[in-house]
Each structure stands twice: as structure tokens, then as C-alpha cells.
Design a protein. Structure first.
Lengths: 496, 618
């Protein structure tokens, strides 16, 4: 590659990524040169500023023509942009949570937490933008490896060590399976570029070996199912979510999971559909497997959550269940897939990060992660209790919340395409989920607890207000989000 | 947009928001704020109601959300039926708020209570004016949330917490049916709008099978909300809430929402004979089933709760027998006399601090207002001639008979007897005889509590005259709905006579059994009761062996069926879920080896299935 060629690329499309990269580098350098006993919390503010600048760049990019650089391995299109915006907003909120996180001794003198969060974000953004198996994998690993360290960052905490260890081992298994699947695809099609793979699928030589291809994609699906914590590849999630620091748990359950979804959407839809349109034999063959995984995930997540007493563990299962819901639109193959998935992830981002803000607030004040820590919260911090009620009602999918609109859309799309069984499983497991969600509400409103008043710190308060307002706003006027999404032309994804 | 209409639900919402924000400062003035705003809704409702006489239906919608080609709307619709409901809901809600000012006096969370009442009234009014099923469903759920909050108002009592949870989850089971019904209708018609659905039904665009299926699913929602068998068990437990709440939600409004739903969707039900029969049979069975249970309860509010379940059964029976007007008529009169009974019961509980009727007695002289008002309510519900319940119950019996459902007709007649009996059992035990209570100094409730009861008492007497055979005002009014054919069945002269005799016999039996000490004294004073005196022993014995033991046995039989079979099935389902939950959470034992193995096993299974289904193995 000559320098001339390198300079000729339209690097502007990577402005948000560069912003994050530069800020992450700056933070690591500043951390290195700061005196040992100086609080690292201001670093988070710089991180937030970086995220905001990246969001501004991304918003300015709306409407730009699809472009690709670096020999078509890195691609800018509406799909990538829509998902990057989700990741950026979520990470910004999580950084706000992280400022107020009171970890163990000397926690505030540890700066790596903030820049690792940014490198993980960078990995997620790469996943949304890659058009090549190699860059996809690099993005995936950047996200994963940063997450392993984040999970174990409370190094004096046994649970945190355990979480990191389990995450590394399970993540390793997932990576191996993913790579193995990718190698088959490369072997069969002779290319790592998603669009070229899609073209190769019409090649008679490849068509003859369709069964190997199906196997390869099933393996790929399994590898990626780890990332989104779908059953039966979810077993690491409860231990890791429970052991990690709360902001990390929020990151894993929102950003990391959304990135997994972006990757699955991208990989499957581009390779199968960009050349052959919406009715491809292989994807129709894969559909039942996705449906089964979605069904099992909804059942396992919701049913096992019933017995959890540790609030973070309960939310881990709840998050597994939500992964099941988000998988449902995949079986209805139309452009609606993007709209439903994106909106659900937006709703999930708001309600889940909001709920984790409250969880962080309560578990820190009470020094307990048992769900009884929430008892009497309504007396002690009425507004926080009301916010939590909003998040829980949204997670449970009750009207006037974004969660309801999201679930409703997914439900309608699965009914509309005739997947009655999946729709019924979704309804039945949703009803089951009411039990554990309402148990928390009962603790908050109907149980007596301590009597002293609790006040959330400013960072947590901002997160709660943003998430609470968003959850209700998109619940009453979802048109705002849908209209915004109309700005992104998802057909761009299929144009090489 | 007509501000008169949309302000109706918005005013109580405003009350909810204001009281949440400023309740702590307003303290007991919250009641004034809440009541005045609800009064505003009432006045506007009356204006709207007046406009519906001879006026056309009004409908206004705005686009809310577009999914694909489907445009969802929000808005309001006013037709004769829901204009009437608006008046009933806002009127009862207003009276209850006035009453609560006295009843909830000295409660720590006084403003919160009124805020919840505002939220509930908002949801209920919003439900009533919804022009499409989706909006209706959303408010339907919100009504459930309001009810949950109010039942669990005394959250420091574990019974109240459990009852709130039970009510919410039980009604949710019905709601799932409703939701599926709505979605299937949408799938068939392509719209959530009520008039679009009715047009499709009238035009024959939906097959008979789909009409029946969706109508029954929608009825499942009504079963949950209106406490019909087998989803009724939450309603008696819901009596753990404050008594004004029981009067508002669990007697006059929310539980009537199920009946309203069937009435609002009546063109759909009417198109399917099977759906109508289902409604009639469930209603008729619930009517007699709940009445028998009512005989054996000792808690004054539980008797009234079972009575409500039974009366709602009557309404369903009427609707199922194509007695559209009869059902709505009974809904209206029932709202008044049952709210009256609950408020009077609340007044008694307020005075004697117990709910057990065996610890009451002799209150007639001590409660100069409550006692006669309770009597009026009891007479109205029993169907004593010329009171409101007489006319509406009569309509239901006539409709059932005219529809050719003779078996259900006689069940309804027997239930009439039982109704009269248990109501007067209550009356005699509470108000006559010797005082059994610990509280010796019983005081009448304050004026702010008596006033709403007096208003309801007057209505319990006169509300029946809106639809007598001579003055069919309600008939004509409801017949304005273009989608409905109101069946004018012939009137049967003998039905009112049978009903009257049966209900008076019920009262008489109750009197014999529960006030018989008074019989003795009266017999000495008055020769009119000579006949009774002569047969006293005989009737006592007969009663004891056939009636008391028989009905008590019968009553217990159903009670145990209720407790063990119905709850058993529910237990089984929850138990199964619990077992799966327990077993699979054991699998998450923290062993990384196991996690990896499960994942590999999962992948191997997937790949094997792929290979097998793809035929690659052979």
C-alpha cells in the first residue's frame, strides 16, 4: 500500500472512531503521568467529552453516501451509523455511572477502567462498520479482550477474579468456534469480504457444498450467541455479571450485547441477502435454528430469574431473556428487522442502564446485593423508587413505556409472518417475568426497610433522569425514534 | 378536538400529578383538590351524555405510530354506551372521594390515596372513550395498575400485599387472552379501530370460526377483570384494600369494565352464537356459584364481594342472552346500589372496628343513617319491587327467557332467592338483635360520609325508572348505536311475579333464621305472626336439616372446589415453572467445565440436527 493510496482514502468517515481512539490514548497517557495518589475521576469527564464529540461527528454524518475504505474492509453506511450511535450513547451513560462508582480501597486512583471502556467501545464500533471477516474479528476481539480485563478490574475482589477467569475461558471457547466457522466460509468461498462471499454463494461449486456452508454458519451463530448470551451459550453471563463492578455489568449487558446483535445482523443479512434478495434458501434453512435459540433463551432467562435473590444475577437472567426477545425479529425477514431490533435495543439501553444506575445506588448504600436491599426504598428515596418502577415496568413490557412499544413491535412482526409458536412463547415468558420484576416492586413499595433518607450522587441522578425520561417519552411518542430511524436507509447495507 | 371530551380523563390525571407533587404540603386538602377535579369530569361527562340524546357519535383520532403500512391512532370516541359509562364512572368516583375524606381521615398517606384514586379514575375514563382496541388495552392495563396500587394500599399488612399481587397476576391471565384476541382481530381485519372491526363483521369479511375464537378470547379478558369463574378468586381477596376502594373499583367501575368490554364489542359477539352461549353459561354459572359461597362468609366485605361476582354474572348472562340493554341497565343500577352497600359497610366497619358480622348486631338504633341506607341497598339488590334492582333483574330474567335459555333462566331465579337470603342474613346479623361487639360506644359516621350514601340511596331507589316496561328510556337511548339491533322481546307478565315471590321468600327465610329471636317477641305482640309461630319448630327443623345444612354443604362444596381444584390447577402451573426454575438454576453451579460442556453439547446438538434434517448423514 503506497502512502498516496493511504492518503487518498476518505478518512473522514472514521471521525467518531478516531475521536474515541485519541481520547483513549490520551487517557492512558494521562493516567501514566498522574501522581499516584491523585483521583482519576476527572479522566471520566474527559472520556465523556470524547464520547459527546464522537456523537456530534456521527450525527453530522447522517445522510452521507455509503463509502468504504481500506480495500473494502471498512465501510460506512446507515446501518453502521445507527448502531454506532446506540453504542456511543450507552457508553456515555455508563461513564457517568462509573464516575460515582465506589469500588474497593484505592479504587479512585485507578485510571485504566475509563480507557478500557473506550477501547471496548472502539471494538464495538468496528464490528458495526466492518465489511470483512478479518476486521469483524479484530473488532470482536478488541471488545472481548477489553471486557475480560474490565470484568476482573476489582483485583482484590474474589468474585471479580472469578468473573474475569470465567469470562476469559468461555470467551476463548466462543472465539475458537467463531474462527472455526469463519475458516470454513473462507475455505468454501475463497474470500473474507462479506459482499464477495455473498456473490460466491451463487457459484455452482459453492452451491453443491451448501451443507458445509450451513454447518459453518451454525458454528458462527453459536460463537456469536456467546456474545449476546443466548441459551445454551449463556451460562457464563450470570457469574460474570454478578462478579463485575456494576458499571461493567451495565456495559456488558448493553453495549457488548448490542454489538453482538449488530454483528449477527450484518454477517447473516449481507452474505445471504445482498445478492439474492429476501428469499434465500440457506437463510430460510437457518431460520428454525434461530427461532429455537430465541425460544429457549426466553424460557431459560425468565424461568431461572425467578429463583435469584442477588439482584445483579437476576438482571443477568433478565438480560438473557431480553436477548431472546431481540432474536425474534430475525425470523421475520424484511426491512422491519432493522427497525424492530434497533428500537428494542434503544429501549433496552434506556431501561437497563437506568435500572443499573438504581442498582448501583442501592447496592452501594446498603452494602448488599440481595434484592431485599431494595425494601422500603420508596420511603427512603421516593423519586429513585419511582424511576426504578418506570424501568421495571418497561422491562416487563407494560404500556406507556418504551419497553412495551419495543416488545409490541417484535410481537406483531412475528405474528405477521406466521410464527405463532414463537409469539406464544414470548407472551408466556413475559407473563412469567412479571413475577420477578414485581417482586422487586413489592420490595420497593410494600416492604419496610431502614428509615434514613438516601440521596443519589449527581452522576447517577443524571443517568436516571435521562433514562427515565427517555423510557417514558419513547413509550408515549415512539414516533420520534421511528422518524429518526427513517433517516437511515437500511437498503444501503446491501449496496456494495 | 373538542376540549369538553378530552378534558374528562385529563382532569383526574391532573389530580394524580398535582397530588404526587404537592400532596405532602396539601395534607388533607388533597381530598378537596381530588374531589373538585373529579367533579369537573362529572360535569363534563353529563354535558357529553346530554349531547348523546339524539346526537350522533363523535370520533376524533390522530396518528400515533406507523409500523410498516399500519398506522396506529389515538383519540376518543363518544357513543351512547360510553357516554353513559362516563357518567357512572365519574359520578361514583366523585362520591367515593367525598366519602373517603371522612373514611381515610387520620391516615398517614392520605394524599397518596387520593393520588391513586385520580390515577385510577383517569385510566377508567380513558378506557371508556378509547376508539380502538389497542388504546383500550393500554388503559385496561393501567386500570389494573391503579387497582394493584389501591388494593395494596395498606402495604404493611401481608394480606394486602398478597392480595394486590394476586389481583394483578390473576387479571393478567385474562389480559393475555384479551391481547391475543385483539392481535388476531387485527390480523384478520387489519385495523384496531372498533368501527372498522364492526364493518368487517357486518360485511362478512371474517369467517365464523375467527369471529367465535376472537370473541371468546376477548371474553377471557372480561372474565379476568369482571371476576367471572374461574378467574374470580382475586376479587374477594381484593377486599383487603380500603373500603372506599372496594366500593369504587371492586363494585361499581373496574369490575364492570369486563361487562363494558363485552357490551362495547357486542356486534362481534352477536355474530357468533357459540360466543354468546359461552358468555351466557359462564355468567349464569358464576351468578349462582358465587351466590352460594356468599352464604357461608363471615366477613361483611367478603359477602359483598361474592355478591358482586354473582351480580356481574347476571350481567354477563344478560349479554349472552342478547339482552344488551338488560346487561347495561343492571350495570347501571348495580353501580349505585352496590357502591351504596359497600359505603354503608364501610361506615359500619368505621364504627365498630371489625369486619366479622358475628361480632356486630344491634346497630339499627345506633346508626340512624347507615342502617336504613343499607336496608335500601339490600332491598334493591334483592329485587324488592319498585326499587332499581327489581327492574333491571327483571329485564335480565325476561331476556334470558326470551332467548330460550330456560335452564339458565331457572338458575338465575334460584340465584335471586340466594341473593335475597344472603343480603338479609347480613342485614339481620349486623343491624338487629343484641350487640355482640367489643366497641360499646358506636357512633354514626360524619356527614361527609353520610352524604354520598344518601345520594346513592336515592339513586338505588329511583334508577330503575329509566327503563321500566312503561318508560323504556334506556332502550331508546342505547338503540341509537348503528351497529346494533336491539331485540325487543315480548314482556312476560309472570316473570316479575315469580321474581318478586322468590326474592321475598328469600328475605323471609333470612328473617326466620337470623332474626328469629325477634320473631318470638313480635309474636307475643302481634297476632299477625301467629301462623309463623305455629310453624316455628317445623320450619326451624326443616330449615336446619334441609336448608342450612344443605346449602351450607353446597356452599362449602363449591368453596372447596374453588380452593382446591381451581387454585390447585393454578398451583400446578406455578409449581411446574418453579421446578424448572429450581432445576435449571442448580445447573448454573459455577463450574466453568460444565458451562463449556453445555455449550459444546448445545452446538453438537444443533449441528447433528442440521446434518440429520439436511439428510447429510445417510
Amino acid at each position: 500500500m503506497t502512502l498516496e493510496k493511504l492518503l487518498s482514502y476518505d478518512w473522514g468517515i472514521m471521525a467518531p472512531e478516531f475521536t474515541i481512539l485519541i481520547v483513549a490514548t490520551l487517557l492512558s497517557l494521562m493516567d501514566l503521568f498522574m501522581p499516584n495518589k491523585t483521583s482519576r475521576k476527572p479522566l471520566a469527564l474527559l472520556g465523556i467529552a470524547g464520547v459527546i464529540i464522537a456523537i456530534v461527528f456521527s450525527v453530522l454524518q447522517i445522510g452521507t453516501e455509503p463509502t468504504s475504505i481500506l480495500f473494502d474492509t471498512y465501510r460506512f453506511d446507515a446501518f453502521a451509523l445507527a448502531f454506532k450511535l446506540l453504542f456511543l450513547v450507552a457508553t456515555g451513560l455508563i461513564l457517568l455511572l462509573a464516575i460515582d462508582y465506589e469500588g474497593e480501597r484505592e479504587w479512585e486512583f485507578r485510571g485504566e477502567f475509563f480507557y478500557l471502556l473506550l477501547t471496548a467501545l472502539l471494538g464495538a464500533m468496528m464490528m458495526a462498520s466492518s465489511a470483512d471477516l478479518i476486521t469483524l474479528f479484530v473488532g470482536l476481539e478488541l471488545l472481548s479482550i477489553s471486557s475480560y480485563i474490565l470484568a476482573g478490574i476489582r483485583k482484590n475482589n474474589l468474585h471479580s477474579n472469578e468473573a474475569a477467569f470465567k469470562y476469559v475461558v468461555n470467551g476463548g471457547i466462543a472465539t475458537a468456534i467463531t474462527l472455526f466457522g469463519m475458516s470454513y466460509i473462507y475455505g468454501l468461498t475463497g474470500s473474507t469480504n462479506l459482499y464477495e462471499i455473498s456473490e460466491a454463494l451463487t457459484n455452482p461449486a459453492v452451491e453443491q457444498n451448501a451443507f458445509l456452508l450451513v454447518m459453518a454458519f451454525v458454528m458462527l451463530l453459536v460463537g456469536l450467541a456467546f456474545k449476546i448470551a443466548a441459551a445454551p451459550f449463556h451460562m457464563w453471563a450470570p457469574d460474570v455479571y454478578q462478579g463485575s463492578a456494576t458499571p461493567v455489568t451495565a456495559f456488558l449487558s448493553v453495549v457488548s450485547k448490542s454489538a453482538g446483535f449488530a454483528l449477527i445482523l450484518k454477517m447473516f443479512l449481507i452474505t445471504f441477502l445482498s445478492v439474492q434478495g429476501w428469499h434465500n434458501a440457506i437463510i430460510l434453512e437457518l431460520q428454525p435454528y434461530i427461532a429455537v435459540i430465541a425460544g429457549v433463551t426466553m424460557v431459560v432467562g425468565n424461568v431461572v430469574a425467578l429463583r435469584q435473590r442477588n439482584i445483579k444475577r437476576m438482571f443477568a437472567y433478565s438480560s438473557i431473556a431480553h436477548a431472546g426477545y431481540v432474536l425474534v425479529p430475525f425470523v421475520s425477514l424484511s426491512l422491519l428487522v432493522f427497525k424492530m431490533t434497533w428500537f428494542y435495543l434503544l429501549a433496552y439501553l434506556l431501561m437497563n442502564i437506568g435500572a443499573f444506575a438504581v442498582i448501583q445506588f442501592v447496592t452501594e448504600k446498603e452494602r448488599s446485593e440481595d434484592f431485599t436491599a431494595f425494601s422500603g426504598l420508596y420511603k427512603r428515596a421516593p423519586w429513585v423508587a419511582v424511576m426504578m418502577a418506570v424501568f421495571i415496568l418497561s422491562l416487563a413490557g407494560l404500556p406507556f413505556t418504551a419497553g412495551f412499544i419495543g416488545k409490541f413491535g417484535i410481537f406483531m412482526s412475528s405474528l405477521g409472518t406466521g410464527h405463532y409458536v414463537l409469539a406464544s412463547v414470548m407472551i408466556a415468558t413475559t407473563v412469567i417475568s412479571y413475577v420477578y420484576y414485581f417482586n422487586i416492586l413489592v420490595q420497593i413499595f410494600f416492604r419496610k426497610g431502614e428509615v434514613d433518607r438516601l440521596l443519589p450522587s449527581i452522576g447517577l441522578l443524571i443517568v436516571m433522569i435521562i433514562c427515565g425520561a427517555g423510557t417514558i417519552f419513547f413509550g408515549i411518542y415512539p414516533g420520534a425514534a421511528y422518524d429518526f430511524f427513517q433517516e437511515f436507509d437500511m437498503n444501503e447495507l446491501f449496496i456494495k | 378536538m373538542n376540549p369538553i371530551i378530552w378534558l374528562i380523563p385529563v382532569l383526574p390525571l391532573l389530580s394524580f400529578v398535582l397530588l404526587l407533587l404537592f400532596g405532602r404540603r396539601l395534607k388533607e386538602a388533597s381530598a378537596v383538590v381530588g374531589s373538585l377535579l373529579t367533579l369537573g369530569s362529572l360535569i363534563l361527562s353529563v354535558v357529553v351524555f346530554m349531547g348523546q340524546w339524539g346526537g350522533a357519535s363523535v370520533k376524533q383520532t390522530a396518528e400515533w405510530l406507523a409500523i410498516g403500512d399500519t398506522v396506529l391512532t389515538v383519540g376518543y370516541e363518544i357513543n351512547p354506551l360510553n357516554a353513559l359509562m362516563l357518567v357512572i364512572v365519574s359520578f361514583v368516583s366523585f362520591l367515593i372521594q367525598v366519602y373517603s375524606k371522612g373514611y381515610m381521615h387520620d391516615d398517614d398517606r392520605f394524599p397518596v390515596f387520593f393520588a391513586y384514586l385520580g390515577l385510577f379514575t383517569f385510566a377508567m375514563l380513558g378506557l371508556v372513550i378509547s376508539p380502538n382496541l389497542l388504546q383500550l388495552y393500554i388503559f385496561w392495563e393501567l386500570v389494573g395498575v391503579g387497582s394493584f396500587l389501591l388494593i395494596g394500599y395498606y402495604f404493611y399488612k401481608s394480606e394486602a400485599r398478597e392480595a394486590a399481587k394476586k389481583a394483578f397476576i390473576m387479571t393478567r391471565i385474562g389480559d393475555v387472552g384479551l391481547f391475543i384476541g385483539i392481535i388476531l382481530l387485527f390480523w384478520q381485519v387489519g385495523s384496531f379501530e372498533l368501527d372498522a372491526i364492526f364493518d368487517a363483521v357486518t360485511a362478512g369479511d371474517i369467517s365464523q370460526g375467527w369471529i367465535t375464537l376472537t370473541a371468546i378470547l376477548i371474553f377471557v379478558g372480561a372474565i379476568g377483570k369482571s371476576g367471572q369463574f374461574p378467574l374470580h378468586t382475586w376479587l374477594p381477596d381484593a377486599m383487603e384494600g380500603p373500603t372506599p376502594v372496594s366500593a369504587l373499583i371492586h363494585a361499581a367501575t373496574m369490575v364492570a369494565a369486563g361487562v363494558y368490554l363485552v357490551a362495547a364489542m357486542f356486534p362481534l359477539f352477536e355474530a357468533s352464537e357459540a360466543a354468546l352461549t359461552t358468555v351466557a353459561v359462564v355468567g349464569g354459572f358464576t351468578a349462582i356459584f358465587a351466590a352460594t359461597i356468599g352464604l357461608a362468609q363471615a366477613d361483611i366485605k367478603r359477602v359483598l364481594a361474592y355478591s358482586t361476582v354473582s351480580q356481574l354474572g347476571y350481567m354477563m348472562l344478560a349479554l349472552g342472552s342478547s339482552g344488551y340493554v338488560a346487561g347495561i341497565f343492571h350495570l347501571t343500577t348495580h353501580a349505585f346500589f352496590k357502591a351504596l352497600l359497600f359505603l354503608a359497610a364501610g361506615s359500619v366497619i368505621h364504627a365498630v372496628h371489625t369486619q366479622n358480622i358475628h361480632e356486630m348486631g344491634g346497630l339499627w338504633k345506633k346508626m340512624k343513617w347507615t342502617a336504613p341506607l343499607f336496608l335500601i341497598g339490600a332491598m334493591a339488590i334483592s329485587g324488592v319491587p319498585l326499587l332499581s334492582g327489581f327492574f333491571s333483574k327483571d329485564e335480565i330474567l325476561a331476556a334470558t327467557y326470551a332467548d330460550g335459555r330456560f335452564g339458565l333462566f331457572w338458575i338465575a331465579v334460584i340465584a335471586t332467592f340466594l341473593t335475597a337470603f344472603y343480603m338479609f342474613r347480613l342485614f339481620f346479623l349486623v343491624f338487629t338483635g343484641e350487640s355482640q361487639g367489643k366497641v360499646k360506644k358506636v357512633q354514626e359516621s360524619p356527614g361527609v360520609m353520610v352524604f354520598p350514601m344518601v345520594v346513592l340511596g336515592i339513586l338505588a331507589v329511583i334508577a330503575g325508572y329509566i327503563n321500566t316496561p312503561v318508560t323504556p328510556i334506556l332502550d331508546d337511548y342505547l338503540a341509537q348505536n348503528p351497529y346494533l339491533e336491539i331485540h325487543h322481546h315480548e314482556s312476560y307478565w309472570w316473570i316479575p311475579i315469580v321474581a318478586t315471590v322468590v326474592s321475598l321468600f328469600g328475605i323471609f327465610m333470612a328473617w326466620l333464621v337470623y332474626a328469629k329471636k325477634k320473631v318470638k317477641r313480635l309474636s307475643e305482640a302481634s297476632p299477625d305472626f301467629h301462623f309463623i309461630l305455629l310453624n316455628k319448630y317445623f320450619i326451624d327443623e326443616t330449615y336446619d336439616y334441609s336448608f342450612v345444612k344443605g346449602t351450607r354443604g353446597f356452599s362449602y362444596f363449591w368453596y372447596y372446589i374453588d380452593r382446591f381444584v381451581v387454585e390447585g390447577v393454578i398451583q400446578l402451573v406455578t409449581g411446574a415453572v418453579g421446578w424448572i426454575s429450581k432445576t435449571s438454576s442448580k445447573a448454573h453451579n459455577g463450574q466453568v467445565q460444565l458451562y463449556g460442556s453445555v455449550a459444546f453439547a448445545g452446538m453438537a446438538v444443533l449441528l447433528l440436527i442440521v446434518a440429520w434434517l439436511g439428510g447429510y448423514l445417510t
